[in-house]
Design a protein around this ligand. Sequence first.
Ligand SMILES: C[S@@+](CC[C@H](N)C(=O)[O-])C[C@H]1O[C@@H](n2cnc3c(N)ncnc32)[C@H](O)[C@@H]1O
Length: 275
Amino acid sequence: MENLNQVIERHYLKEGLFEDILGRLMDQGLDLNSVNRSDIAGVDEFHVRGAAVSKELAQATNLNGLEVLDVGCGLGGPCRMMADEFNCNVTGIDLSNEYIRTARALSKLVKLDHRTKFVVGNATNLPFDDSSFDVVWTQHVQMNIPDKKKFYSEIKRVLKPGGHFLYYDIFKDNDIEVEYPMPWASSANHSFLFKSNAMNDILNELGFERSVITNQTKAGIDFFEALVTKLKAFGPPKIGLNVLMGESTKPKLLNLLSHLKSEALMLESGIYKKA
Ligand SMILES: C[S@@+](CC[C@H](N)C(=O)[O-])C[C@H]1O[C@@H](n2cnc3c(N)ncnc32)[C@H](O)[C@@H]1O
């Protein structure tokens, strides 16, 4: 029988992902020797509001010259953005072998492989020494992780004293039952939603100090509504999250949108400092 990590890896699995992306770039007439980050931004940021929200989060703290870890990095878009625009070295770790293979190949393609590094591994057992990173970053990952305490404890362990933890995540907003499929889970058996105040309790207990918190729900709803209008007018983009989610893209995105609107779920970003 599959264990939870195998179920999660299978949920996200898209065989031949890098080759699929290359084919789509070529179909658009792009020269593979001069692909830019913006050419792949539609697919390599797997969270609500894509590249725009990552940039806002990165701007909220000083990353210059720092060592950054992205926990659950997916295809590594935010890692490349931070390395390229904020002059830092970024390591991404993810459970998915196929995502990490694709992340490495995409970094090479856009010539950012010297500033980004990708590792296959589990967020609840990080293969890094204590106090290795100045900043730890995570976006839309903890919903797949049942042991929240272990997840945030590992983040604390690898963060240097005085370092910052940045998150952008989906949380339960009240006790309304959530229906699936969602982008992170086809069914409830690999989804572990909790409330942001429960995260805050864990982080306080671990000795973190909260410095910024932003409710991102309205921005997320506005983004989805604009996306739905665009999809109706033009159909699925060549390079979009449909590359990752295939035919289930529409039901997953519409379902997430309706849960944000009904206040079953909310989006929040924030920054904590390790004391
Ligand atoms: C919705 S995607 C977000 C990817 C990336 N953070 C982004 O925003 O583009 C969730 C990612 O979390 C990863 N993930 C889930 N559980 C994990 C775990 N226990 N350890 C490491 N990665 C995990 C998945 O493989 C997937 O790549």
